[in-house]
Design a protein around this ligand. Structure first.
Ligand code: GLN
Length: 208
């Protein structure tokens, strides 16, 4: 049984739970889910989802409870993580809060990219478009989404939109600037379950 925690401080939590359950059924891989609110909730977790929402709010809330530091330690020790939108910002090594601001580290700085918050500007707060992932169309919903400006060599780009990477993988970490949990397609959540499965039992073909 794969135990997956969803950072439960704020944001699109239930939608990720539903997408993970649907991916688990499709792959026939049993999972259990827990909302991560306090450091002790991380006990025995095999994978962590950092949902979209408001990264600054998550930082404020998570700092008070020690949750941010605990999640940082867990991810830095190699636990697979999947960040969407605000979650992508938190997982980035280099974050620009605005076009002209200095670069600073995300809360869980493991992914070797530079990301710009609210990169599509205010007038285009939200939009949906069809991108290509693994040669298949995927409806990508962008909500006050960040833009990934630069990507290091060891980061794998899984899809582009307007010449910018919108979903990437670096080892056990998956990051998307859009909200896959809001589409009907559970492809990306299946992919994350496969990453966790390989992490938990590297030779288990069921998860490949
Ligand atoms: N703009 C938000 C932030 O900076 C992210 C938006 C989202 O997660 N949908 O955190």
């Amino acid at each position: 049984m794969l135990k997956i925690g969803i950072l439960g401080l704020q944001g699109a939590i239930e939608e990720h739970e539903n997408a993970l359950l649907s991916a688990s059924k499709a792959l026939n891989v049993p999972i259990s889910l827990i909302r991560l609110l306090n450091p002790e909730d991380l006990e025995g977790i095999h994978g962590i989802v950092i949902p979209g929402g408001e990264s600054s709010a998550m930082i404020l809330i998570g700092n008070k409870t020690g949750m941010l530091q605990a999640v940082k330690n867990k991810i830095e020790s190699g636990t697979p993580a999947f960040g969407t939108c605000a979650g992508a910002i938190l997982l980035s090594k280099r974050v620009r809060r605005t076009l002209n601001s200095e670069v600073s580290e995300g809360a869980f700085p493991v992914v070797d990219i530079e990301i710009l918050r609210n990169g599509y500007g205010r007038q285009r707060d939200s939009f949906s478009t069809v991108i290509n992932i693994e040669d298949k169309p995927f409806e990508a919903i962008f909500i006050r989404a960040p833009i990934i400006n630069t990507v290091s060599n060891h980061v794998e780009i899984l899809s582009l939109y307007q010449d910018k990477a919108v979903i990437i993988q670096q080892g056990n970490i998956l990051v998307s600037t859009f909200h896959p949990e809001l589409s009907n397609d559970n492809l990306i959540h299946r992919k994350f379950l496969q990453i966790i499965g390989n992490f938990v039992s590297p030779n288990n073909d069921n998860y490949k």
